[in-house]
Design a protein around this ligand. Structure first.
Ligand code: GDP
Ligand code: MG
Length: 800
C-alpha cells in the first residue's frame, strides 16, 4: 500500500520509494529508506501535509509525496514473519531480534524483494529477444519493426529477487505523437517501474541513443543494454562503453540477446540500481542553450511552488515539455490548480524562443540532444571499416528489385501455401485415420446409448475434425516465423505497400490477409505488426472474408455435387469473391469511419539476420499450443453443445443406425435418425425458427441448421450435413445431398456464398474482440458480415 494511505497511528515498513532521482534522493535523506519503520502521526483526510515519524524524528510530507512511497503495514509484516518462523523454523538471530526489525528483514528479503523493470527501446532493437532470454518466456520475436504493439509481462527469480519485466512497444522517442510513444510514457508515469532497461542497437548508436537522452531527462534508474554487440564487433568498430556510460550517467552493458551474452551482468546491474549501489548512475543535465534553459528555469520555479505537481518525473521535465507543447504532459498537468498560469508562461516562452532563435522549441531540443550524443560518441567511438549493412543491401537489390521483387514474393507465398497444404496433407491424413480408428474402437467397446453417441460423434468426431489442421498450422507458422525473423517480411510489406494502399489498407496488411486463407484467428493476431491503428483495425475487420481452410470442405462437397463439371471454377470464384468483398469493405471503412490515417511512418527495412533455431521452434510451439488449447476448450465445448442440441429430445420412434462416409471429414460412425425424426431435435427447431429468413435464398430448415452449427467452427458444417442428408450407406454423401437436400445448383451456390461471407467462427470473433479492443467491433462483424452474406447469396440465387 501507499504511505499516504496509512491511517493515523498505524505503522509500516518501507518497501520502496518511487519517483525521479532528485525526489528520491531528498526523501531518502529524510530517512525514508527501504526497510525502515515509519508511523503515521497525524493524517486527517483532506489535510495536507501529513506527519510521519521515522528514525525517531517527526517529518511532514505532502500527500502527493507520500503516495510515491510503498509500504507494508507492520501487522502484515509480522504475520509474514510468523509464517516464516513456523515454516522455516527460527534462525539464531530471531530470538534476540525485535519483531519490528525482523519484519524489516522480511520486507527486504521476502516477497517484497520485487523489482519492476520496464523494457524500452527502438523497434527492432532486440527488446523481445532480451525479454525472452531473461524471462524464459516465449513472446514472439520478429525482425519486423513493431511486432510488439502491446506490452508483454513476464517474471522470474534472480539472486533472491523477483524481477517483473514488461516488454513495451518500440519507440524512437518519448514524444506524444504515436500511440506507442504515448503508451510507453504513460506506463513509466503510471506504473513507476523501479528500473528502466533501455535496449540500444550497438551498430546503430546515434539514432538509438536519442531515446536514451529522453530517458536521461526523466531521471529514473536506467541501464542500457548495448544489444547486438556481436554486430558492433563484426563491423570492426571500437566503442568505449564504460566511458560513455560514465559520461551520460547510465551504466552500459554489452549484450547479445540471441546467445545470452552479458545477461547476467545486466541483471546484476539492475539489482545494483535498485539497491542504490551503482557507481555509474547519476543525473546528467543535457543543456538546451542559454535562452531555452532560462525559460525552463522560470517555468520550473512556478511549477515547483505547487503542491500538486506530480513527482514521477522531474519538475524540469514537466517545464520543458510544457514549453515544447507536449499534449500528454499538458493533460497530466492540467489536473493541477495552477495549470492555466503555467500554460500561459509556457506559451510566452515558446513564442519568445521562436522569435529570438527563429526555430521552434521541439527542433531546438532535439538538435541539442543529437549534439549531446554526437559529442559523447566523438570521444568514445571509432567506426570500423566494415559495413555490416552491405550484405543486406546486396540481398535487397535482388529481393526488393522493381522487376524481380514481385515474382520472388509470389513464388515464396506460393511455396508457403503449397507446402502447407500439400506436405501437410500427409500428417493430416494420419491424424484423421487416428481419430477415425479411435472413434470406431470406442463405438465397439462402449455400450449403446447417449454416452457412446456423445463420446464418438460429439467429442471424438468434432475434436478430430479440427485437430487435423494442426500440421498445416505448424508448417504455415514455420514459414511465417522464418520470414519474419530473417527480415524478409518487412520487404514483403514494402513490395505490397502501393497496391494495399489503393485498397485502403497498408503494406503490412498483406501478410495477415494471406494468412487468413489458412485460419482467420492467427491472421487477426498477426495484424499486431501494423503500426497504424486505423489500418490495423480495418485489416482485422476484413480478414474474416478471407476464406479459411475450414470452409474449403464445404465448397468441395457442394461444388462437387452440384457443379461436377465446373467445380474448380466455382472454388476459385468463391475465393475471389471473398477477396473482393474484403477490399470493398476496406474501402468502405476508409471512406466512412476511418477517413484519416495516422501520421505516416517510415517503413523500416531492418538488416537481414539469421533466424535462430530456438526462436523459430518456440514460435511454432507457441502457435501449436494455442491451437491445441482452442481445441481443448472452445471446440470441445461447442461440439458437446451441438451434439446435445441435435441429439435431444429423443424421438419416440426407434432409431436406425447407419454409417456415413463423410467426404472431406473424419469418418465416424454416426447415429442417424432418418426422415422426420430430425425435426424433433432442438437444433432442428432452431433451424425451423430461422427458416423464413433463409427461404429467399432457396434454403430450407436443414441448411439453416447447418449454418447454425457452423458458428463454433466452420469445420462442423460438413459433419452436420452428413448427419442430415446422409442416411443409408448406399452412395456417396454428395449423391445423397443432390437427391435429398432439395437444393438446386443456385441455392447450393447461395449456401456456399453464405458460408464464405457470414460471420466467422467463435474463435475468430473472440480474436476480433480482443485485438480490436472492443466488443463493438465484434458486433459490427457479426451484423455486417451476416448482412453482406445474405445479400450476396440472395443475389446469386436470383441471378444464377
Ligand atoms: P524488438 O522489436 O525490439 O522486440 O526486437 P526483436 O527482439 O524482435 O529482435 C529483432 C531482430 O534482432 C530479431 O531478428 C532477433 O533475432 C535479432 N537480434 C536480437 N538480439 C540480437 C543480438 O544480440 N545479435 C544479433 N545479431 N541479432 C539479434
Ligand atoms: Mg518486440
Amino acid at each position: 500500500m501507499k504511505l499516504s494511505e496509512l491511517i493515523e497511528g498505524q505503522s509500516a515498513v518501507i518497501v520502496r520509494v518511487a519517483g525521479h532521482g532528485g525526489f528520491r534522493k531528498r526523501i531518502m535523506e529524510m530517512g525514508f529508506v527501504r526497510g525502515q519503520q515509519v508511523r503515521s502521526v497525524l493524517n486527517s483526510p483532506l489535510k495536507d501535509p501529513v506527519k510521519y515519524s521515522v528514525m525517531g524524528y517527526d517529518v511532514s510530507l505532502r500527500r502527493a509525496e507520500a503516495a510515491m512511497i510503498e509500504v507494508l503495514p507492520t501487522e502484515e509484516a509480522n504475520r509474514l514473519h510468523l509464517e516464516t518462523v513456523s515454516t522455516f523454523g527460527c534462525d539464531t538471530s530471531c530470538e534476540q531480534c525485535t519483531i519490528a526489525s525482523c519484519a524489516r528483514k522480511q520486507a527486504k528479503t521476502m516477497r517484497r524483494n520485487e523489482i519492476n523493470v520496464a523494457l524500452v527501446g527502438n523497434p527492432n532493437s532486440g527488446k523481445t529477444s532480451l525479454f525472452n532470454a531473461l524471462s524464459g518466456s516465449s513472446e514472439h520475436v520478429g525482425n519486423y519493426s513493431g511486432v510488439t504493439v502491446e506490452a508483454k509481462w513476464g517474471r522470474f527469480n534472480y539472486r533472491g529477487y523477483r524481477i517483473n519485466i514488461t516488454d513495451l512497444p518500440g519507440t524512437y522517442s518519448l514524444a506524444a505523437y504515436t500511440p506507442e510513444e504515448v503508451y510507453v510514457r504513460e506506463h513509466l508515469f503510471e506504473k513507476m517501474p523501479d528500473v528502466i532497461l533501455n535496449a540500444v542497437v550497438a551498430s546503430n548508436l546515434e539514432r538509438n541513443l536519442y531515446l536514451t537522452t529522453e530517458l536521461i531527462d526523466l531521471n529514473q534508474r536506467t541501464v542500457v543494454a548495448l544489444n547486438m554487440y556481436d554486430e558492433l564487433e563484426a563491423s570492426g568498430a571500437k566503442f568505449d562503453y564504460d566511458q560513455f556510460g560514465a559520461m551520460i550517467g547510465i551504466p552500459i552493458i554489452p549484450t547479445i540477446a540471441k546467445s545470452g551474452y552479458g545477461l547476467e551482468q545486466l541483471l546484476d546491474t539492475i539489482i545494483e540500481l535498485f539497491e542504490g549501489r551503482s557507481k555509474v548512475a547519476r543525473h546528467v543535465h543535457i543543456n538546451y542553450g542559454a535562452l531555452l534553459e532560462e525559460e525552463i528555469r522560470r517555468l520550473s520555479e512556478a511549477i515547483r511552488t505547487s503542491e500538486q505537481a506530480p513527482r514521477q518525473f522531474p519538475i524540469r521535465y514537466w517545464a520543458a515539455k510544457l514549453i515544447e507543447g507536449d499534449a500528454q504532459v499538458a493533460t497530466i498537468l492540467s489536473r493541477c490548480n495552477d495549470y492555466d498560469k503555467w500554460k500561459e508562461l509556457a506559451q510566452e516562452s515558446a513564442a519568445k524562443v521562436q522569435r529570438r532563435l527563429n526555430n521552434d522549441v521541439e527542433t531546438l531540443i532535439s538538435d541539442y540532444k543529437y549534439g549531446f550524443i554526437a559529442g559523447a560518441l566523438e570521444e568514445t567511438l571509432s567506426e570500423g571499416g566494415v559495413d555490416i549493412n552491405r550484405r543486406s543491401r546486396r540481398i535487397d537489390r535482388l529481393v526488393a528489385n522493381k522487376w524481380l521483387g514481385f515474382p520472388i514474393f509470389i513464388l515464396l507465398v506460393w511455396l508457403m501455401f503449397y507446402t502447407t497444404f500439400a506436405i501437410g496433407a500427409y500428417p493430416q491424413g494420419w491424424i484423421e485415420s487416428g481419430f477415425g480408428a479411435l472413434g470406431e474402437w470406442l463405438w465397439r467397446i462402449m455400450p449403446d446409448g447417449a454416452l457412446r453417441d456423445l463420446v464418438v460423434n460429439g467429442i471424438v468426431g468434432g475434436v478430430g475434425s479440427v485437430a487435423v489442421f494442426l500440421p498445416n498450422i505448424l508448417i504455415l507458422y514455420l514459414f511465417i516465423s522464418l520470414m519474419e525473423d530473417s527480415g524478409y517480411m518487412a520487404r514483403a510489406a514494402f513490395i505490397m505497400d502501393r497496391l494495399m494502399h489503393r485498397m485502403g489498407l497498408h503494406g503490412k496488411s498483406f501478410i495477415p490477409l494471406i494468412m487468413g486463407f489458412g485460419c482467420n484467428v492467427p491472421a487477426i493476431m498477426a495484424t499486431r505488426t501494423i503500426e497504424s491503428r486505423t489500418s490495423r483495425l480495418i485489416t482485422i475487420l476484413v480478414t474474416p472474408f478471407m476464406s479459411c481452410s475450414a470452409r474449403l470442405p464445404v465448397y468441395i462437397l457442394l461444388a462437387g455435387a452440384f457443379f461436377p463439371n465446373r467445380a474448380a471454377t466455382v472454388l476459385i470464384g468463391l475465393y475471389l469473391l471473398g477477396i473482393l468483398v474484403a477490399f470493398a469493405t476496406a474501402r468502405l471503412l476508409r471512406a466512412t469511419k476511418f477517413k484519416k490515417d495516422e501520421t505516416p511512418f517510415v517503413m523500416e527495412l531492418p538488416p537481414y539476420r539469421w533466424p535462430t533455431f530456438r526462436a523459430t521452434v518456440r514460435h511454432m510451439w507457441d502457435k501449436c499450443s494455442q491451437y491445441i488449447r482452442k481445441i481443448g476448450t472452445t471446440i470441445l465445448l461447442a461440439t458437446v453443445v451441438i451434439w446435445f442440441f441435435s441429439y435431444y429430445p429423443r424421438p419416440e420412434v426407434t432409431e436406425i443406425s447407419a454409417t456415413v462416409e463423410q467426404c472431406a471429414e473424419v469418418s465416424v460412425q454416426q447415429t442417424v435418425e432418418v426422415g422426420d425424426t430430425h425435426s424433433n431435435s432442438y437444433m432442428a427447431r432452431i433451424g425451423k425458427f430461422i427458416e423464413p429468413v433463409m427461404r429467399p435464398l432457396g434454403l430450407d430448415w436443414r441448411a439453416a441448421m447447418a449454418l447454425v452449427t457452423s458458428i463454433p467452427a466452420k469445420e462442423l458444417v460438413v459433419s452436420t450435413m452428413a448427419v442430415l442428408y446422409g442416411g443409408d450407406d448406399s452412395g456417396s454423401l454428395s449423391e445423397s445431398i443432390v437427391a435429398r437436400s432439395g437444393m438446386t445448383p443456385s441455392s447450393a451456390l447461395a449456401f456456399m456464398i453464405f458460408i464464405l461471407l457470414f460471420f466467422p467462427c467463435l474463435a475468430t470473433l473472440s480474436a476480433v474482440r480482443s485485438e480490436s479492443g472492443s466488443r463493438g467491433w465484434m458486433w459490427f462483424t457479426i451484423l455486417y458480415n451476416t448482412a453482406v452474406a445474405w445479400l450476396l447469396a440472395w443475389l446469386a440465387y436470383l441471378v444464377f
